[in-house]
Design a protein around this ligand. Structure first.
Ligand code: PGA
Length: 249
């Protein structure tokens, strides 16, 4: 049985004080044991998150990482910095990074390898745009992205990767893929991973769904056979709704 993993991507929301408040509220929530809950606040709130979450089962992640190890890369944050700040997970290749910062599958693949090489877990995002879905090329796009982001990652590391399928048209729009639509792509990803690795490895890889996941649609999405969790944006900014999604598993 794959573990259910719910990650909250705070994106560019919450200053240090607001983060502390949300984390304190999160800490008070009762979260279902057996589900891994991860928060990914902005970099500036990571150390505060470690302080507040001490003794809690909630894990910490970052929203991105630099490909560089250190040096003259103004504005970048290295994997070593994230590790020392207390992160265990790193989101790479979110569709907003792909869209606004022109991140390619090749770059995302290199970042995923960097994260793995340092003993952290990458949450690697893939997903088609509305235009691609309407053009009937969802399968082609997702296949290319999964192959691209997993390229050269050996089986023993592949099993540690979390893949987040996030149809771009469902992110922040309130439009969710129907459970059947989501399951169809998740199954496609699982089948692809079987051909890239093996059935055993494919069976171990956690594939999350993301895109307007809310307390009221989480249960149905998460009950699909190949949906192993969620990457949550908007709904993770309130402690009770994030907890409700965790507890919907
Ligand atoms: P959303 O964002 O839940 O606000 O749609 C999801 C994401 O971008 O990971």
């Amino acid at each position: 049985m794959r573990k259910k993993i719910i990650a909250g991507n705070w994106k560019m929301n919450k200053d240090v004080e607001e983060s502390a408040q949300l984390l304190e509220e999160l800490k008070k929530q009762t979260l279902a044991p057996g589900v891994t809950a991860i928060v990914c606040p902005p970099y500036t709130s990571l150390t505060e998150a470690v302080r507040i979450l001490k003794g809690s089962s909630i894990q910490l992640g970052a929203q991105d990482v630099s490909l560089q190890d250190d040096g003259a890369y103004t504005g970048e944050i290295s994997i070593r910095m994230l590790k020392s700040a207390g992160c265990s997970y790193v989101i790479v290749g979110h569709s907003e990074r792909r869209q606004y910062f022109k991140e390619s599958d090749e770059l995302i693949n290199a970042k995923a390898k960097k994260v793995l090489a340092n003993g952290l877990t990458p949450i690697v995002c893939v997903g088609e745009t509305l235009q691609e879905r309407e053009g009937g090329i969802t399968e082609k796009i997702v296949t290319t992205q999964v192959k691209g982001v997993m390229a050269g990652i050996p089986a023993e590391d592949a099993a540690k990767v979390i893949i987040a399928y996030e149809p771009v048209w469902a992110i922040g729009t309130g439009k969710t893929a129907s459970p059947a639509q989501a399951q169809e792509v998740h199954k496609l990803i699982r089948t692809l991973l079987t051909s890239l690795y093996s059935a055993t490895v494919a069976d171990e890889i956690v594939v999350q769904y993301g895109g307007s996941v809310k307390p009221d649609n989480a249960k149905e999405l998460l009950s699909q056979l190949d949906i192993d969790g969620a990457l949550v944006g908007g709904a993770c900014l309130k402690a009770d709704s994030f907890a409700a999604i965790v507890n919907a598993c």
